[in-house]
Design a protein around this ligand. Structure first.
Ligand code: MN
Length: 245
C-alpha cells in the first residue's frame, strides 16, 4: 500500500488539460492508495467555501469520491487556497492539515509544509502572508460579496506575477537556515514540501544525522507525484504514474 503526495496543482478552468489529468489521477490509481496528501495550492485561488464557480464543485466531488473509495485525504493550505474551511472538509471528506504538520510516514517522523514559510528571503511576501493569515483580516474578507473577493484574488495574482519578475531566483527558493530551524523545532530528519516549483530530493546532514528534503513539483510543466511505501520514496511524473497502473 502506498502514500501519495502532490502539491501546487493550481487547478483552474484556464488549464483544462491539468483538470483532465487530475480527473484521471483521482478516478484512477489514487483510489489504490492508503493516503493522499495535497500539500497546498490545489486551487489557483480559493476565496471562500461558498464559491461554487467551476471548477470547484467538480474538484470537491472528485475528492469526495476518493474519500468514499477508502483513501484518507489530507489537504494543507497553500498561499493561494488558505481560505479552505469547514465546508470544504464536509464536502470532500478530506481533513485539513495545519502548516506545518508532523506525521509518521512508515515509522519515520516527517515534517509536512506547503513551503512558503521556508522562503524567508522574500521579506515582502512574508509581510503579505502575515496580513492575510490574520483571522480578523480573513473574517472581513469573507464578509465581502463573492464577486468582489474573486476580483481581489485575480488582482493579487496579477500583482504577484508582476513582483516575481523582479525577484532573483534565490529569493523565491527556501532558505536553508530556515529549513534547519523548522526541522530542529520538530525533531525530524525528513521534510516534504512544495511551493517553490523546484522538484528534487535533497540530502544533507543535520546535527550529524542524514537528512532529506523532498520538494514536490507543480502542475505546470513539472507535475509529479511522490510515491511512498515501506521501502522507498520516489518522485514520479504524473503521466508515467497513470500509465504504469
Ligand atoms: Mn505556493
Amino acid at each position: 500500500m502506498t502514500t501519495l503526495f502532490i502539491s501546487d496543482l493550481h487547478l483552474s478552468t484556464d488549464r483544462p488539460e491539468k483538470l483532465e489529468l487530475f480527473r484521471q489521477f483521482i478516478s484512477g490509481p489514487a483510489k489504490d492508495a492508503d493516503k493522499l496528501y495535497i500539500l497546498g495550492d490545489l486551487f489557483e485561488y480559493w476565496v471562500g467555501d461558498d464559491d461554487s464557480t467551476p471548477p470547484n464543485p467538480e474538484i470537491l466531488s472528485l475528492l469526495r469520491s476518493l474519500s468514499e473509495a477508502g483513501a484518507r485525504v489530507f489537504v494543507m493550505h497553500g498561499n493561494r487556497d488558505f481560505l479552505m474551511g469547514d465546508k470544504f472538509e464536509e464536502a470532500t471528506g478530506a481533513t485539513l492539515l495545519p502548516d506545518p504538520s508532523v506525521v509518521l510516514l512508515y515509522g519515520e517522523k516527517t515534517l509536512l509544509m506547503h513551503g512558503d514559510l521556508l522562503c524567508t528571503n522574500d521579506t515582502e511576501y512574508m509581510k503579505f502572508r502575515y496580513i492575510v493569515r490574520d483571522p480578523e483580516w480573513q473574517k472581513l474578507f469573507l464578509e465581502k460579496p463573492l464577486q468582489e473577493r474573486i476580483a481581489m484574488a485575480k488582482q493579487l495574482r496579477a500583482a504577484s506575477k508582476e513582483a516575481m519578475k523582479d525577484k532573483i531566483p534565490v529569493i523565491m527558493d527556501v532558505e536553508q537556515e530556515t529549513v534547519e530551524q523548522f526541522m530542529r523545532t520538530h525533531h525530524v530528519h525528513r521534510l516534504i514540501h512544495g511551493h517553490t516549483h523546484r522538484p528534487a530530493i535533497h540530502h544533507f546532514e543535520l546535527d550529524g544525522q542524514p537528512t532529506t528534503r523532498i520538494v514536490l513539483g507543480d502542475w505546470y510543466q513539472n507535475e509529479n507525484i511522490l510515491v511512498c511505501n515501506e521501502n522507498e520514496q520516489k518522485l514520479v511524473p504524473v503521466q508515467k504514474f497513470l500509465t504504469n497502473q
